[in-house]
Ligand binder design. Structure first.
Ligand code: HSO
Ligand code: ZN
Length: 430
């Protein structure tokens, strides 16, 4: 990891540059995939499964027998862990529900707002080097709580054409029964346009590689919403002398092992702490099965020494990390000044892994600086808010003149008349 000491503001963007995304090149590959799925439906999905997942798929939808078999393959201890995680995630997300809003803004003018579920949602769960069954919980639980009518889960099959048993177990646990053996851009295309086996959805959720990300962006041009734009996963740890260097190193490595393009950043209050963490990273890295991936991620990762807390906080807000771990003496003071971060982990005993799996918060978070303008996935991500209003005779008499005046000033006479005609009717009625 590169170490920089007290960089000036003008250097921050360059020093903390995220791995460049080759968006245009990737789009060139993804567009024809999307077109093919749109034209050929299931046939295209099977063709791409053969090409990219190296497997001949007969039936795209996972059968009930496959789910039953998978359940028997998941170790009981893992089943219990998944259940515990489910409970916490459910508790935290259920509490996010907001009551309907009904109020009179002035006499006779009632305004309401209600949450209504998005009807059909597609959840993408990556396969690849790590089967992220935790993502099934993070997306499936709020989708269920919101009351979405149809939940379709897409995930790539392995070379035998199977889905990882823990993914199937988790999906079954939360009642998702439509699971499609499709990954990559082709899965996103299927959810966007619909195929014989895959229903078209209204919104697509979930992490994925650059192809999935590009496909999700293209989906938005076809009337489908997405959870958020995405880039590689990242963590920033802010540590002073109260932090435990071995813990900090472990947290940085936990993010680095996600992928070669993951980025980890340490903001340390002194060079002494930075060096200690560096030593710990060296020590711990060798023991990791995924050390080759982590090592590559560390190559484009940075340690910034920032003795002044005020500047450290400015830098953190400027970088807008997906995950922010704060291990400093005056944690409350620092936390209150954080305005750009996906999710914040506070204190020496709060590893990012807690939020990744089981504490209750969602792990689908804005990366790549999007924490400046996006929130992570929550119950709200699966809901729309519809507003309603009801105006009585008294209400239109009260509000009418205001509307007439404003419409007139905007030179929109038909708008004004929609009110005047009613006011006149009420006047004539008397
Ligand atoms: N850190 C990842 C989520 C994850 N970690 C899933 C382990 N499994 C992105 O927030
Ligand atoms: Zn993680």
């Amino acid at each position: 990891m590169k170490l920089i000491v007290n960089p000036s503001r003008s250097e921050w963007a360059k020093e903390l540059q995220r791995p460049i995304q080759k968006t245009k090149e990737i789009e060139k590959i993804v567009k024809p995939i999307m077109r093919k799925v749109k034209r050929m439906g299931d046939k295209a999905l099977k063709k791409f499964a053969l090409e990219y997942d190296h497997v001949q798929i007969k039936t795209l939808l996972v059968s009930a027998e496959e789910v039953q078999k998978a359940k028997s393959l998941v170790d009981p201890d893992l089943q219990a862990a998944i259940l515990q995680a489910k409970e916490n995630i459910e508790t935290f997300h259920a509490a996010q529900a907001t009551p309907d809003l009904v109020m009179e803004t002035m006499e006779g003018v009632t305004c309401m707002r209600r949450s209504v579920p998005i009807q059909r949602v597609g959840l993408y769960v990556p396969g690849g080097t790590a089967p992220l069954f935790s993502t099934v919980l993070m997306l499936g639980i709020p989708a269920n709580l919101a009351g979405c009518d149809e939940i379709i889960l897409c995930t790539p099959p392995d070379k035998e054409g199977n889905i990882h048993p823990a993914i199937l177990f988790t999906a079954d646990l939360i009642g998702i029964d439509k699971i499609v053996k499709a990954g990559g851009a082709q899965a996103v295309a299927a959810l966007t346009f619909g195929t014989e086996s895959v229903p078209k959805v209204d919104k697509i959720f979930g992490p994925g590689n650059q192809y999935v990300t590009a496909a999700k962006q293209l989906a938005t041009k076809n009337g489908v919403a997405i959870d958020m734009p995405a880039g590689p996963s990242e963590v920033l740890v802010y540590a002073d002398s109260s932090a435990v260097p071995a813990f900090v190193a472990a947290d940085l490595l936990s993010q680095a092992e996600h992928g070669v393009d993951s980025q980890v950043v340490l903001v340390a209050s002194s060079e002494k702490i930075a060096k200690k963490v560096q030593e710990e990273i060296e020590e711990q890295l060798g023991k990791l099965p995924r050390k080759e991936i982590a090592k590559k991620a560390l190559e484009h990762s940075v340690i910034v020494v920032m003795p002044k807390q005020e500047k450290a906080i400015e830098l953190i807000n400027d970088y807008a990390p997906e995950h922010l771990i704060i291990c400093v003496e005056n944690e409350d003071e620092v936390v209150s000044q954080i305005v750009n971060a996906g999710s914040v982990f506070i204190g020496n005993f709060t590893p990012e892994s807690a939020g990744d799996y089981a504490s209750g918060t969602n792990h689908t978070l804005p990366t790549y600086g999007y924490a400046r303008n996006y929130s992570g996935v929550s119950l709200d991500s699966f809901l729309k808010k519809i507003t309603y209003q009801k105006i009585t005779e008294k209400g239109i008499k009260n509000l009418g003149p205001t509307i007439e005046k404003m419409a007139e000033a905007e030179h929109l006479d038909a708008h004004k008349r929609a009110v005047s005609i009613r006011l006149k009717y009420l006047k004539d009625k008397k």
